[in-house]
Design a protein around this ligand. Structure first.
Ligand SMILES: Nc1ncnc2c1ncn2[C@@H]1O[C@H](COP(=O)(O)OP(=O)(O)OP(=O)(O)O)[C@@H](O)[C@H]1O
Ligand SMILES: [Mg+2]
Length: 350
């Protein structure tokens, strides 16, 4: 791609220093997003997706959370080095965020209109009248019926889907260059989920905004992203175009995630699961973080962390044994590849 990167995250490490020890929530993450592109970050609960997003906007819990190394270059400027008052100017204006929990992200004591117009006035330096007009416009854009009426309603008067649309409207109201959407559809039922995803695609096409889409759901990845980073235990383990992650996953974890979603073409009787759980961010195992759950792990995986290698242009993977995944891919039943008893035993350590 010849275009300039909008954001480039390099070797990001975000740790929490707590009474229990050091939680290495994000432990060396690299990715970039180009203008107009949607990058997905996918992985199981606790693998560091939200902490990555919160690091970008310096919204980490203080004083425990710290970015201990790395750069976050936004239009070439390193956000890590900015002071709170400087990052505040970027938040909402250049980069906006939809949080994982839409219910608690809206203020219950202010009307929808007040919350929207306040954001617009703060970032766009327009009169109150103009801000109200723009608020109605943006509510229309996200498909809220009777927007004039909604302006005077409070968050509790709206359904979950409507509240999520309002969150998107607030995020869109300032024409940000980057939208970070952290699980924007997880709290919604499936029909509303589909509508919100359609809306995100529409926004992308019409506005040229870049999106960082965070989800644990491979279905969401398929619907809205261009490229994807698969995250596991604080790291990105595979990074490639969205078609490729479905057609040719090369990391055993990506393959495991894909096998745990329904794929009618494979005509499987039952879904496969990845046994075990993500290790605690306080105690990663030695070597590859995925070693205890991995069906192709060998000795080296318990000794040394694998480096990220580029298999072909734009397709990176960090795994010592990715070549051995081929045999597993041909199988219709992966249960025989996992030693469930050994895994349960290993996981008791964590
Ligand atoms: N304030 C904190 N103090 C200590 N550890 C933390 C803190 N916040 C997050 N972590 C740890 O960082 C890791 C990553 O958390 P994060 O919230 O980024 O996960 P996630 O991938 O967003 O998961 P989910 O899908 O459940 O939202 C977890 O192991 C979590 O326990
Ligand atoms: Mg999260």
């Amino acid at each position: 791609m010849l275009e300039e990167k909008l954001i480039e995250v390099k070797n990001l490490k975000t740790y929490f220093f707590t009474d229990e020890g050091i939680s290495k929530a994000v432990d060396g993450v690299d990715f970039e997003i180009y203008p107009g592109e949607t990058l997905g970050l996918v992985g199981e609960s606790g693998c560091g997706k939200s902490v990555t997003a919160l690091s970008i906007l310096q919204l980490l819990e203080k004083p425990a959370g710290k970015i201990v190394s790395g750069e976050i270059l936004f239009e070439g400027k390193d956000l890590v080095k900015l002071k709170q008052n400087q990052i505040r100017k970027i938040r909402g204006k250049d980069i906006s965020m939809i949080f994982q929990d839409p219910i608690s992200s809206l203020d219950p004591v202010f009307t929808i209109g007040e919350q929207l117009t306040e954001t617009i006035i703060l970032h766009k330096n327009v009169s109150k009248k103009e801000a109200i007009e723009q608020s109605i416009e943006v509510l229309k854009k996200v498909g809220i019926p009777l927007p004039e009426q909604r302006m005077s309603e409070y968050p509790h008067q709206l359904s979950g889907g409507m509240r999520q649309r309002v969150m998107i409207a607030i995020a869109l109201s300032c024409d940000s260059k980057l939208l970070i959407a952290d699980e924007p559809t997880t709290a919604l039922d499936v029909t509303i989920q589909a509508q919100i995803l359609d809306l995100m695609n529409e926004i992308k096409q019409n506005s040229g905004m870049s999106i960082l889409m965070i989800t644990h759901d491979m279905g969401v990845i398929a619907e809205v992203t261009d490229r994807v980073g698969v995250m596991y235990a604080g790291k990105i383990v595979e990074y490639t175009g969205v078609k490729n992650i479905f057609a040719n996953p090369m990391h055993p974890y990506s393959w495991g995630l894909l096998n745990s979603i329904p794929q009618p073409s494979l005509n499987r009787k039952r879904l496969m699961t990845i046994p075990g759980t993500v290790p605690s961010s306080y105690y990663y195992p030695k070597g590859c973080h995925y070693n205890l759950r991995c069906p192709v792990a060998s000795e080296i995986c318990f000794e040394k962390e694998p480096e990220m290698v580029e298999l072909e242009k734009g397709h990176k993977v960090s795994c010592w044994n990715y070549r051995q995944l081929e045999e597993l891919k041909k199988s219709k039943n992966n249960r025989k590849f996992y030693n469930h008893e050994a895994l349960e035993c290993n996981n008791e350590q964590f």
